[in-house]
Design a protein around this ligand. Structure first.
Ligand code: ZN
Length: 176
């Protein structure tokens, strides 16, 4: 089965994966779309396309989301333990540092990759297909037509001033 982006806006997307399936596949380094191919080429580098189904995994830009979720998870996992150890034994600060800093680093290193895989799966599930970087980007926005200088004088009727501008809009132009 070849992966296909959901081109329809809402009615009939190609095949809507269950969210947990997409997250689980991504977290275990399996392509969220087919479950067979790999997500990562190396520790964190995402393959450009799934070798099995061709899903454009490399175009899914997870950006800062994986570090954010990783910090969130590791913090909630370890900070309570830090507080518990402090209140229970009151160890010296150097011992805290010697213990927790490496532990936080190791935990983040271990968790970052599955979290990033899950984020890639989540993005695919949400319908991201990399199109937001190829075709919908600012580089393709047509230049604005030259506006006549609008001085403070001649305040025309509200509707008349805005009507033609709306009518002249290129329907293919983005709507922001
Ligand atoms: Zn695949």
């Amino acid at each position: 089965m070849r992966w296909e982006p959901a081109r329809a806006t809402a009615a009939t997307p190609y095949e809507q994966l269950p969210l947990l399936t997409a997250l689980g596949r991504g977290a275990t380094n399996h392509c969220p779309a087919c479950g067979v191919g790999r997500v990562f080429d190396g520790y964190l580098k995402v393959v450009p396309e799934c070798a099995e189904c061709g899903a454009p995994l490399g175009a899914l830009r997870a950006d800062d989301a994986p570090p954010y979720f990783t910090i969130f998870l590791v913090g909630h996992l370890l900070v309570p333990i830090v507080f518990w150890v402090e209140t229970r034994w009151h160890p010296p600060m150097w011992l805290h540092m010697a213990l927790w800093l490496p532990l936080f680093a190791i935990a983040c290193t271990l968790i970052l990759r599955p979290v990033k895989g899950a984020v890639v799966g989540w993005m695919l599930r949400l319908g991201f297909a990399g199109q937001e970087h190829h075709g919908g980007g600012l580089e393709n926005v047509p230049p604005r037509p030259a506006q006549p200088p609008s001085g403070p004088a001649a305040p025309g009727p509200e509707g008349a001033a805005r009507g033609p501008a709306l009518a002249e809009r290129d329907p293919a132009a983005p709507t922001w």
